[in-house]
Ligand binder design. Structure first.
Ligand SMILES: C[S@@+](CC[C@H](N)C(=O)[O-])C[C@H]1O[C@@H](n2cnc3c(N)ncnc32)[C@H](O)[C@@H]1O
Length: 378
C-alpha cells in the first residue's frame, strides 16, 4: 500500500467519495418512495468503511471500526466487484464512463487490500477501552458524584421518567442513577466497560440494563424522556458518524424529551507528544499498569489524536500490552450548536457547570430538545 503513487491515492479517495455520494442520493430517493433500503444502507456503510481505511493508511486518520466491521465491509465491497466488471466489459474503450469504472474498481481493490493488511498485521484494530484501559478508568472514575451528578439528576423530575445513556462505559453515571431508583438503560461498544458496569451493579444489588451497541447503528423501538452523554464521550465519534448518531438519538427521544450532550471544546493549549512518553503508572488490584502516550493535534480536522499504550508489568517484565487509538473531535461551541440545529434539535441551551469535575474545574453541556413543549433550563 505504501508504493501507491499520490495520484492513484487521490483518485481512489475521490472515486470512493463519489460512489458514496451516489449511494446517499439513491438512499434518499428510495426512502422517499418507501422502498426497502437495507441493502443500500449496508453498501453505504461498507463504502464509508472502505474510504476510512484508505484515509487511515495514506493519511494516518484514525478510524473507529472494529475487526468485525472490517470483515463485514470487506465481504460487501468484494461483492460489488463482479457487477463493476460486467459494466466495464460493456463500456466503450476510452469513454469517461470506462475511466470512472476503472477508478472505482481500483479504489475498491485498494480498500480491501488496506483492510487485509490491517487485520493481517495483527494490529489491535481499535482495541477500544480494552481490559487494561477499563481497569485504569474504573480505578479513578468509578462513580460520578458531586456537582456533575447533581447536574444530571436535576433533569429527572418525575419518578416515571425513562432515561437512556448511550456510551455509558463502566456505568459511572448510570449506577448512581439506578441507586436513586431512576429507570435508566445504557449501551456501549466496549465489552470490558460493560462487564465492569454489570459487576459494579451486582455489588450494589442492582441489575443494570446495559448492552453492546454502536451509537451510529442504534435503532430504538422505545422512546425516552431523557438521553444523556456525559464526559465528552460524543467527541469520540468521527465527523462522518455525527449526523447519523444524532438522527438515531432524535428518533429515540420523546417529543417533549431532552438531550444532554457534552463535547470536548477547542481552545485549551494542547501539548503534542510526538514519541511515546510514560505519563502514569498505577497499581490496580496489586497489578502495575504503566501508561504511555503519543499526542498529535490535526488542526485542519480539529482532531486531537492520542495513542495510549497500557502495559501490564510483573517482575519487571511486560505481561500484556494494549494500544488504543483515542481520536477526539474538538468543537467550537457555536459550531456544535449549529450541528445540533442542522440535525433538527431546538431549544439549545449551553450550561456551564462550575466545579463540575471537582473544585476549580468546569464543563460545558448542551441541553436541547425536539419540540416546542420543551422549556429548557438556563
Ligand atoms: C470516556 S468513556 C465515558 C463513559 C461514560 N460516558 C462516562 O461518563 O463515564 C467513553 C465510552 O464511549 C464508548 N464508545 C466509543 N465509541 C462508541 C460508539 N461508537 N458507540 C457506543 N459507544 C462508544 C467507549 O467504549 C467508552 O466506554
Amino acid at each position: 500500500m505504501e508504493n501507491v503513487s499520490e495520484r492513484i491515492q487521490s483518485q481512489s479517495i475521490q472515486a470512493l467519495e463519489s460512489t458514496i455520494r451516489k449511494s446517499e442520493n439513491a438512499l434518499t430517493q428510495m426512502t422517499q418512495k418507501g422502498a426497502n433500503t437495507t441493502l443500500i444502507e449496508k453498501r453505504l456503510k461498507a463504502l464509508r468503511i472502505g474510504l476510512s481505511m484508505l484515509e487511515h493508511v495514506w493519511q494516518h486518520k484514525p478510524h473507529p471500526y472494529t475487526s468485525g466491521d472490517l470483515i463485514e465491509a470487506r465481504s460487501v465491497l468484494t461483492g460489488l466487484m463482479p457487477s463493476i466488471d460486467n459494466s466495464l466489459a460493456k463500456a466503450k474503450e476510452g469513454s469517461p464512463q470506462r475511466t470512472l469504472l476503472i477508478r472505482r474498481m481500483q479504489a475498491l481493490e485498494l480498500a480491501v487490500q488496506a483492510m487485509d493488511e490491517l487485520m493481517k498485521g495483527g494490529t489491535p484494530v481499535n482495541s477500544y477501552y480494552g481490559e487494561l484501559c477499563t481497569k485504569i478508568y474504573e480505578s479513578d472514575k468509578s462513580l460520578a458524584e458531586g456537582r456533575e451528578l447533581d447536574f444530571y439528576l436535576s433533569f429527572v423530575d418525575r419518578t416515571d421518567m425513562r432515561v437512556l445513556e448511550p456510551m455509558c462505559g463502566n456505568g459511572r453515571m448510570l449506577i448512581p442513577f439506578m441507586q436513586r431508583g431512576i429507570q435508566i438503560e445504557g449501551f456501549d461498544i466496549s465489552e470490558d466497560m460493560l462487564k465492569v458496569c454489570r459487576e459494579k451493579g451486582d455489588r450494589f444489588n442492582l441489575k443494570p440494563h446495559v448492552y453492546y451497541q454502536k451509537i451510529e447503528d442504534f435503532v430504538s423501538s422505545e422512546q425516552f424522556d431523557l438521553i444523556m452523554i456525559p464526559f465528552g464521550s460524543f467527541s469520540l465519534l468521527p465527523s462522518e458518524l455525527v449526523n447519523q448518531s444524532l438522527a438515531n438519538l432524535q428518533s429515540a427521544l420523546k417529543a417533549e424529551g431532552k438531550l444532554l450532550l457534552t463535547i470536548m471544546l477547542k481552545g485549551n493549549n494542547v501539548e503534542e507528544i510526538p514519541e511515546w512518553r510514560e505519563t502514569d503508572r498505577k497499581v490496580v488490584n496489586d497489578e502495575l499498569i504503566v501508561l504511555s502516550k503519543k499526542v498529535q493535534y490535526r488542526k485542519e480536522q480539529s482532531m486531537l489524536v492520542t495513542e495510549l499504550k497500557y502495559e501490564l508489568v510483573k517482575d519487571d517484565k511486560i505481561q500484556k500490552t494494549e494500544v488504543m487509538n483515542f481520536p477526539l473531535r474538538l468543537y467550537d461551541m457555536r459550531e456544535f450548536e449549529d450541528i445540533l440545529r442542522e440535525n433538527g434539535f431546538q431549544h439549545i441551551h449551553l450550561h456551564e457547570v462550575k466545579d463540575g469535575y471537582g473544585e476549580g474545574t468546569y464543563f460545558h453541556i448542551f441541553e436541547c430538545s425536539l419540540s416546542d413543549l420543551s422549556q429548557g433550563a438556563t
